[in-house]
Design a protein around this ligand. Structure first.
Ligand SMILES: O=C(O)CCC(=O)C(=O)O
Length: 306
């Protein structure tokens, strides 16, 4: 089918360019997510490098010397079959950082979302070993978008598969329905979809779930209000790993208020990065990784140097 949108051509640094036509942006805007079968955003070498780094991260080996913002699971302490998650692994590991802070991913996110520039809100490494449980349905806007202004269309999520993600290995689930039920880690196979079902019910709508099978290096990009989660990994052998990059539009600012002054403001991870006298996002924590005018946060290249 002919598209009325111009194609977006994205050069990838290593070996190939990424081409996305306007139907992908349209799907993101209208359906809440977009997946282009066969579109690789990471090549095999990069996927392999990330797979090597992940066990080191969960062992607490950080080649930058900096701790990530959150770590759920520790080698030697946590159960082998528990889902593992690290938030802002880019601060801890240069291989992860080279992907998360890359220009081509941010250009793709900005092009799909219709932004002039993009910055990192946070990353998320999600590792579901064989037999591990589900990720409960949630909307990223509840954690990310509501901390920032303007609120509408201020964030998108790029979920990048590092393994074959199919039915057995816990494919990424999305729901086309448009908010205390089970949380990210607290759900089980019987209730992980319940928050989306409850939200649909409150709107008098029937929810439809769509499972997307994704190959290593491919991605699903979803909008801030898209309900999503994933089923248990029922495989006896296969691990299911993903690198998730949450982008913010480059000109986003914090909402008013500050927790130290008990005036509200950003919660969760984000309040620690807000100063008392400004709503500006510091580039140390929210680097700008793509702008149409060519600007990128200055320290990125130095930080990525081995
Ligand atoms: O990998 C998954 O199953 C879901 C990850 C996710 O929803 C997130 O990082 O926001």
């Amino acid at each position: 089918m002919m598209s009325r949108f111009r194609p977006v051509v994205l050069q990838q640094r290593r070996t190939f360019s990424v081409v996305v036509d306007g139907a992908a942006s349209q799907s993101l805007a209208e359906r809440g997510y977009t997946y282009v079968k066969g579109l690789r955003v990471l090549d095999d070498v990069t996927v392999a490098r990330l797979r090597v780094r992940l066990p080191l991260l969960f062992r607490g080996e950080f080649d930058t010397g900096v701790y990530p913002d959150e770590m759920h699971w520790r080698e030697g302490i946590s159960r082998d079959d528990a889902p593992r998650e690290i938030v802002n692994a880019w601060k801890a590991d240069r291989t992860v950082a080279s992907v998360v802070l890359s220009e081509h991913l941010a250009r793709l996110a900005a092009s799909l979302a219709g932004w002039d520039s993009a910055r990192i809100a946070q990353d998320d490494v999600v590792w579901k070993p064989p037999g591990s449980g589900p990720v409960g349905y949630h909307q990223d806007s509840a954690y990310i978008s509501r901390q920032f202004t303007p609120r509408a269309n201020n964030s998108v999520t790029m979920w990048i598969a590092l393994d074959d993600c199919d039915r057995e290995g816990s494919a990424a689930d999305s729901s086309t329905s448009r908010s205390s039920l089970p949380s990210f880690h607290g759900a089980d196979a019987s209730n992980y979809r319940a928050p989306a079902e409850a939200a649909a019910l409150s709107l008098g709508r029937r929810v439809e779930f769509e499972a997307v099978a994704v190959k290593p290096g491919e991605c699903v990009v979803h909008a801030q209000d898209c309900w999503h989660g994933s089923a248990p990994n029922v495989s006896a052998q296969r691990h299911r790993r993903a690198l998730v990059v949450h982008f913010l539009r480059g000109d986003a600012r914090f909402i008013d208020g500050h927790s130290l002054q008990r005036t509200g403001g950003p919660s969760y991870i984000y309040s620690r990065y807000k100063s008392l006298d400004s709503n500006r996002l510091p580039e140390e924590a929210f680097p700008i990784t793509f702008s149409k005018d060519g600007y990128r946060t200055g320290w990125i290249d130095t930080f990525l140097m081995p």
